[in-house]
Design a protein around this ligand. Structure first.
Ligand code: S3P
Length: 448
């Protein structure tokens, strides 16, 4: 599947029990960061279990363009010979980050305090997304950016030749913005301080510490205050990437709604800044258990076991939990469709600026398949139809968004009539083995 080629229409039909083990790929957030931090270290970083989805492959290509030696060794193993903090070379061509907001925003941060110029672009989805949220704080370091109207790609950044450190309060709950500022702070002298009112995923902080940077995190009345001492020499690491909880969400949610299912999803990273969906599903009455809980590479990990859950109930998802499950609302809305009562999701304005406007994309597709959805600027409510009562039968637009495409294919696994998506191509950005993995569990998903 390719996110860049001709559309790949797909169909999902109600199936028998889903059973077996679902080995989902490596975490996307940690994979991007492994390549970028590896490229900023001095020496060879080795990575096992890298997600080989298009988003991450685009970041690998970008790191090569900035001068790092990035080699695929086979079997999910990669090696990165870094150029050191501040050592990025000026790329010869345009950096194409494809569909990836994480890729482009983190790379912009990493190059913003290097004395080089780089031009970034992406696909139609990425070129419509807001970049000022990153280029505004990068300007404080002395980096200049010129892009299209509305702060959109394509965009050229002129990195700061004499960067100054920054103190920045992140105005939106965004790990991408926080991480861009921290990566820029690496090559600024002195202390860069980033403050976030709400905790967002903390992989950058954890990994920077792992690479030997001096970084501290303090909880204060203002929020999480992260202090980074600039211009360290990052030490190369051996990284084992945990499996992605955001990908695990799909087989887990499918198992909850397909009668008779019992699926094991082993080795899933359960960093509390990422695991909000699983807490929410358990509150809804899901038969979802954590087995063999352990710590791997500094991240909490467990095997998830999900079984068919016929008595799911809608709940009000606490807005304070939003950041820890921001990518999982689309598939939660699918589970909510099979629950009884309303699932209320508030404080989720960020969903409107993801790969698609995810509230709009899901509301349109769910309504077309017979599910009632109300929405406002930063909230939406799904009225569940209860098990067995979702009509299905419609074709949904995936809007160049992998998680929208996969969510509607999960919807079709338990609906009365099959559900189609107009383009499953974007699935390859984050979960290239989605189709065979779901088929091996017993799902009926095919290309039309
Ligand atoms: C990501 C952060 C999130 C998330 C994205 C990955 C990251 O975006 O939606 O898929 O790896 O930092 P925001 O931080 O902008 O919410």
């Amino acid at each position: 599947m390719s996110g860049h080629g001709a559309p790949i229409p797909m169909i999902s039909t109600a199936c028998g029990p889903l059973t077996g083990t679902a080995e989902v790929p490596g975490d996307k957030s940690i994979s991007h960061r492994s390549l970028i931090l590896g490229a900023m270290a001095v020496g060879e970083t080795t990575i096992e279990g890298l997600l080989e989805g298009q988003d991450v492959l685009d970041t690998a290509k970008a790191m090569r363009a900035f001068g790092a030696e990035v080699t695929e060794l086979g079997g999910g193993k990669w090696s990165v010979h870094g150029v050191g903090v501040g050592g990025f070379a000026e790329p010869d061509g345009v950096i194409d980050c494809g569909n990836s907001g994480t890729g482009v925003r983190l790379i912009m941060g990493a190059m913003a305090t290097c004395p080089i110029t780089a031009t970034f672009t992406g696909d139609a989805s990425l070129n419509g997304r807001p970049m000022a949220r990153v280029t505004d704080p990068l300007a404080l370091f002395g980096c200049q950016a010129v892009g299209r109207s509305g702060g959109r790609l394509p965009m050229t950044l002129v990195g700061a030749a004499d960067p100054v450190p920054v103190r920045y309060v992140v105005p939106v709950p965004s790990a991408q913005v926080k991480s861009a500022v921290l990566l820029a702070g690496l090559n600024a002298p002195g202390q860069t301080v980033v403050i976030e009112a709400e905790a967002t995923r903390d992989h950058t902080e954890r990994m920077l510490a792992g690479f030997g940077a001096e970084i501290s995190v303090e909880q204060t009345d203002e929020g999480r205050v992260i202090t980074l001492i600039g211009q360290p020499e990052l030490k190369p690491q051996h990284i084992e990437v945990p499996r992605d909880p955001s990908s695990a969400a799909f087989p887990v949610c499918a198992a909850l709604i397909v009668p008779g299912s019992d699926v094991l999803v082993p080795g899933i990273g359960l960093n509390p800044t990422r695991a909000g969906l699983f807490t929410t599903l358990r509150e809804m009455g899901a038969d979802l258990t954590y087995e063999n809980e352990r710590t791997e590479g500094g991240e909490p990990v467990a095997d998830l076991r999900a079984r068919f859950s016929p008595y799911l109930k809608g709940i009000e998802v606490p807005p304070a939990r939003a950041a820890s499950m921001i990518d999982e609302y689309p598939v939660l809305s699918v589970v909510a469709s099979y629950a009884t009562g309303q699932t209320v999701m508030r404080g989720v304005k960020e969903l409107r600026v993801k790969e698609s406007d995810r509230i709009d994309a899901m509301a349109k597709g769910l309504r077309a398949n017979g599910v009632e959805v109300e929405e406002g600027p930063d909230w939406w409510i799904v009225t569940g139809r209860g098990h067995g009562n979702v009509a299905g039968g419609a074709t949904c637009a995936s809007q160049l968004d992998h998680r929208i495409a996969m969510s509607f294919l999960i919807l079709g696994m338990a609906s009365q009539d099959p559900v189609q998506v107009d383009d499953g191509g974007p699935i390859a950005t984050s979960f290239p083995i989605f189709e065979p993995l779901m088929a091996a569990l017993g799902a009926q998903v095919s290309r039309t």
